[in-house]
Write a protein that binds this ligand. Structure first.
Ligand code: A2H
Length: 262
């Protein structure tokens, strides 16, 4: 893509209730008064109002890393290493010299975390959202954790639609994939649910239609950024191109996010 590193916003989704498989591993290893966060990297902080779940690659390995006395992050080892270099780990008494010095407290595949309930900052779903599987998550991009905004991300829309259709196959409860999709951004070309509009009008059948999805993603991103207007939140009425930085700063200021480069 661009020449330099991608400047993401890393969002902190706090665990409210572990999946049974993760609970067993976490129990004796993480103090009860500590907070554990799943940390997705996003390029669209202004869409965080519409988070309906959070994706992990089911076959990707994730670690739970201690970042301070009271905080732990769930990310890939690769991302933890990048974060350590960017000064996001506070209690390392010395800098890790290599990846073997950066040991997770718990290591599990994404599939083990499916069903975990997390609190997604700014989301209209304040009761929490579930960790769900997404086959197309890349282990070598961002943090390996992807927050799901089906109103504005065609990949996310196609994935939740597929998860709901084949809930039994995926071993999830159907309703975890069916949280209400609320309009966040009004666009002249694609209405107020750009991802749904594009997936349906381009006849995208599944999350595996990667060529069409890449095209849809590009169209949604450009239309949203250049012509979109916010319908919700503190910057309702603002153009997306202006709201993006404001929402990002506000999330960082409240401690719910931090800058992360990859
Ligand atoms: B975006 P880029 Cl609403 N594997 O966040 C697959 N996808 C990943 C990922 C990984 N390891 N890490 C991040 N991503 C997704 C929101 C969003 C995003 C919306 C619309 C478009 C969009 C909610 N999902 O991305 O390859 C994340 O999804 C399209 C630009 O680094 C992240 O932003 O350019 C984006 O891809 C980063 O993609």
């Amino acid at each position: 893509e661009g020449v330099g590193p991608t400047e993401y916003t890393a969002i902190k989704l706090k665990v409210k209730e572990w999946s049974p498989e993760a609970a067993k591993e976490v129990k004796s290893r993480i103090p009860e008064d500590a907070s554990v966060y799943f940390v997705p990297a996003t390029l669209r902080p202004e869409t965080m109002y519409g988070q309906t779940c959070c994706f992990l690659g089911p076959k990707i390995q994730y670690g739970i890393f201690k970042v301070s006395d009271k905080e732990y992050f769930v990310v890939t080892k690769r991302a933890a290493w990048n974060m350590a270099f960017q000064g996001k780990f506070f209690d390392q008494d010395h800098f890790p010299r290599d990846q073997s010095e950066l040991q997770p407290v718990v290591e599990l595949p994404g599939s083990a975390f499916v069903g975990t309930l997390v609190n997604a900052p700014l989301s209209v779903h304040s009761e929490g959202v579930r960790i769900l599987p997404m086959e197309t998550v890349s282990a070598t991009k961002g943090t390996g954790v992807v927050t799901c905004v089906p109103s504005d991300s065609p990949d996310d829309y196609a994935t939740v639609r597929d998860l709901a259709k084949k809930a039994e196959f995926y071993g999830i409860q159907k309703e975890w994939a069916e949280l209400e999709i609320v309009p966040l951004i009004e666009t002249p070309a694609y209405g107020n649910l750009a991802a749904k509009y594009l997936v349906e009008s381009m006849k995208i059948q599944s999350p595996k239609d990667t060529t069409l999805l890449a095209e849809a993603k590009d169209l949604a991103y450009k239309e949203g950024f250049y012509n979109g207007t916010m319908l919700v939140g503190d910057f309702k009425g603002d153009k997306v191109s202006e709201a993006k930085e404001k929402v990002r700063s506000s999330l960082i200021k409240s401690g719910d996010a931090f800058p992360f480069a990859d």
